[in-house]
Ligand binder design. Structure first.
Ligand code: G4P
Length: 533
C-alpha cells in the first residue's frame, strides 16, 4: 500500500489535503453482505488484487462458537480494523464496525469517527433489526448515508416496496441513483441515472439517453417486458421521490440509493463513484468549548477505539485516533487533554486490516494508530496544547452488572490491572462500591462478558468468573445541588458505586426502584449515558 502518491497525481491535488479524505463505515444486519461488499469495494479501488483477499468476518457472525474461535485467532483485530486506500485522487478510510449487537457500544464509538456510512440492505429482507439500530446511531449525528440494496441477482422485494419500507421505517428520504432492470434470473442490468445510460449486469453500457423517454425509441429495450416494467417503476419512483440534493444528503436527510450485487460485483464501481463524488469531506467535530473545524491549522484528534494485543507477537496497545484538524506529522508532541500530559508521537501508523505502515503525515479525516502503554483511553482528546474536549463519545449505562470473582487471591493486583486496562479499551466498565471492596463490571451484552473473562485469562493470566448481583439498572447521578446529591448518596450508600473516573453511579435492583428514586429525588439527574472524559 502506498498512501501518499495517488492523491498527488490527481486533479484534486490542488485542494487542501483534508478535502480529499472520505472517512466512512459500512453498516448492515449480519448476512446482508457487508464483508462481500467490503472486499468488492477494495478490489474495485485496486486496493486488493481480488475479492476474497480480506477475511473480515470476525464478529459478524453471531454465534458464540464462531466469535470465540475468531477471538482466539486474534480476529478481534479484524473487526476493529481500519482500511485506508486510494481511489480517484481521494484517500478513503473505511472503518469496520463489529456486527454483533452485543458490541453496539463499540460500534457506536466507531461511528463517531466517520463522516458517512454505506447502509447495506438485503433486497429480500428489507430493514432488519441491526440495520435499524445502527441507522439510529447515524441519525444521532446526522451522518449522511448511501443506501446499497444488495443481492439483486436473487429474487427479492420489488424496488418500490423496498423504498417504501425504508422510508417508512427510517423516516429517511431516498433518491434513486441506479435502478434495477428485473431481479433474480430476470436481472438484465440497471439504469444509471447519473451517467444517463443503461448498463448490462457486466457493467457494459447498452444505451444512452438525454431524457429517459429517449429509451422508448430503442426497439431492443422496448421489446423486453422486464425493461418496460423497470422503466415504469422508475417513473413512479421519480414522481414520488425527491431529486438528489447534495446539501440535504450531507445533512443526513436524503439518501442516494443504488441496487446491486456485492457477490457479482454489480454496481460496486458506481457505489465507489457515488462515495467519491458526493461523499462528504471531513465534518466539524462537536467539542467543548467550540466545534473543531477541519480547516483549523492546529492539530486535534480524539481516540475512538483502543485495541490491545493486535499483534500477538508483541503485546502492543493501539489507540485509534481520528484527526479532526491540522496537519499531523510523525514525531509531533501532542497533549492528552484528559491527563494533561504531553507525548511525542514517534510511531504513528496507518492501517490496512492487520497490515500497518508508518504514518509520516496525516490530516483531518485520517485515522492514525498510536502505540502506547495505557496512556491513551477511548474519548481522549489530543491537541497541540489547547484545552479542547471532543464530545459525543459516551459510555452507555450497562445492562448487565456482575461482581468479579477471583479464584486465585494472590492475583488481585493483576486483576485490577487487567480490568483497568480493559475498561480503558472500552471492553467493559468497572465500578467500585463506596462500601466494600468488590470489583464490579458492567457490560451491554452477554458476549462482552465472555470476551472479557477470556481476555483477562489469556492476556493477564488471571482466571475470573462472574457472580450475579441484585442489580439490573445503573445510572450516573448528577445534581446542581451538591447537598441534595450528598443526601441521596448517604441514603443509598449500599447502592452507590464509582466509575473509573470517580463519578458516582446509582445501582438499582430494577427499573421500578430506579423510577422510585427519581420521584423521591427530583433534583437529581439519573443519566443513562455519560461522556467518557
Ligand atoms: P455480512 O458480512 O453482512 O454478514 O455478509 P457476507 O458478506 O458474509 O454475506 C452473507 C452471505 O450473503 C454470504 O453467503 C454471501 O456470499 C452472500 N452474498 C453477499 N452478497 C451477495 C449478493 O450480492 N448476492 C447473493 N446471491 N449473495 C450474496 P454465505 O453462503 O452465507 O457465505 P459464503 O459461504 O458465500 O461465504
Amino acid at each position: 500500500m502506498t498512501l501518499s502518491t495517488a492523491a498527488e497525481a490527481s486533479p484534486r491535488s490542488n485542494a487542501e489535503p483534508f478535502r480529499t479524505r472520505r472517512t466512512f463505515a459500512i453498516i448492515s444486519h449480519p448476512d446482508a453482505g457487508k464483508t462481500t461488499l467490503t472486499e468488492r469495494l477494495l478490489a474495485a479501488a485496486g486496493a486488493i488484487q481480488s475479492a476474497g483477499a480480506v477475511r473480515g468476518k470476525a464478529g459478524v457472525r453471531s454465534t458464540r462458537s464462531d466469535w470465540m474461535e475468531m477471538e482466539q485467532q486474534r480476529g478481534i483485530s479484524i473487526t476493529s480494523s481500519v482500511m485506508t486506500f486510494e481511489y480517484d485522487g481521494l484517500t478513503l478510510n473505511l472503518l469496520d464496525t463489529p456486527g454483533h449487537s452485543d458490541f453496539s457500544e463499540d460500534t457506536y464509538r466507531t461511528l463517531t469517527a466517520v463522516d458517512a456510512a454505506i447502509m447495506v440492505i438485503d433486497s429480500a429482507k428489507g430493514i432488519e433489526a441491526q440495520t435499524l439500530k445502527l441507522f439510529e446511531v447515524c441519525r444521532l449525528r446526522d451522518i449522511p448515508i448511501i443506501t446499497f440494496i444488495n443481492k439483486v441477482d436473487r429474487e427479492g422485494l420489488a424496488p418500490l416496496d423496498l423504498i417504501d419500507e425504508i422510508q417508512g421505517k427510517l423516516a429517511l428520504d431516498l433518491t434513486p441513483v441506479l435502478w434495477p432492470i428485473g431481479q433474480g434470473v430476470d436481472f438484465r442490468g440497471y439504469i444509471d441515472l447519473l451517467e444517463k445510460r443503461v448498463v448490462s449486469p457486466q457493467g457494459k453500457p447498452i444505451a444512452e439517453y438525454e431524457a429517459i423517454e429517449d429509451l422508448l425509441d430503442n426497439a431492443a429495450l422496448v421489446d423486453d417486458p422486464v425493461f418496460m416494467i423497470a422503466l415504469e417503476t422508475l417513473e413512479m419512483a421519480k414522481a414520488m421521490l425527491p431529486a438528489f440534493d447534495l446539501e440535504t444528503f450531507h445533512a443526513g436527510h436524503l439518501s442516494p440509493v443504488l441496487f446491486g450485487s456485492a457477490l457479482k460485483g454489480i454496481s460496486v464501481a458506481e457505489l465507489l463513484r457515488t462515495l467519491g463524488e458526493w461523499g462528504p469531506e471531513p465534518r466539524p467535530q462537536p467539542a467543548i468549548p467550540a466545534p473543531i473545524d477541519p480547516s483549523e491549522k492546529k492539530v486535534t484528534g480524539f481516540v475512538f477505539k483502543v485495541q490491545a494485543n493486535m499483534d500477538a507477537n508483541h503485546r502492543d496497545r493501539i489507540a485509534f485516533v481520528r484527526l479532526c484538524s491540522g496537519t499531523f506529522s510523525r514525531g509531533m508532541r501532542l497533549k492528552n487533554v484528559r491527563s494533561g500530559k504531553d507525548m511525542a508521537v514517534s510511531n504513528p501508523m496507518f492501517f490496512f486490516g492487520n497490515d500497518r505502515e508508518l504514518a509520516e503525515q496525516a490530516v483531518a479525516g485520517d485515522i492514525v494508530g498510536i502505540p502506547n502503554h495505557g496512556t491513551l483511553s477511548v474519548g481522549d482528546t489530543l491537541t497541540e496544547g489547547a484545552i479542547i474536549n471532543v464530545t459525543g463519545i459516551p459510555n452507555f449505562a450497562p445492562e448487565i452488572i456482575r461482581r468479579v470473582r477471583l479464584t486465585d487471591h494472590m492475583k488481585t493486583k493483576q486483576m485490577a490491572k487487567a480490568l483497568s486496562d480493559l475498561s480503558e479499551e472500552g471492553v467493559t466498565q468497572v465500578f467500585r462500591r463506596i462500601v466494600g471492596a468488590d470489583w464490579i463490571v458492567g457490560v451491554v451484552g452477554q458476549l462482552q462478558l465472555e470476551v472479557l473473562s477470556s481476555r483477562v485469562a489469556k492476556e493477564y493470566g488471571v482466571p475470573i468468573t462472574f457472580e450475579s448481583l441484585n442489580y439490573e439498572v445503573a445510572r450516573w447521578i448528577e445534581s446542581d445541588d451538591p447537598k441534595e446529591l450528598d443526601r441521596f448518596i448517604t441514603a443509598q450508600k449500599m447502592n452507590i458505586a464509582e466509575d473509573r473516573n470517580g463519578a458516582p453511579v446509582f445501582l438499582a435492583q430494577n427499573a421500578w426502584w430506579a423510577d422510585r428514586a427519581k420521584q423521591d429525588f427530583p433534583k437529581i439527574r439519573f443519566l443513562a449515558t455519560k461522556e467518557r472524559h
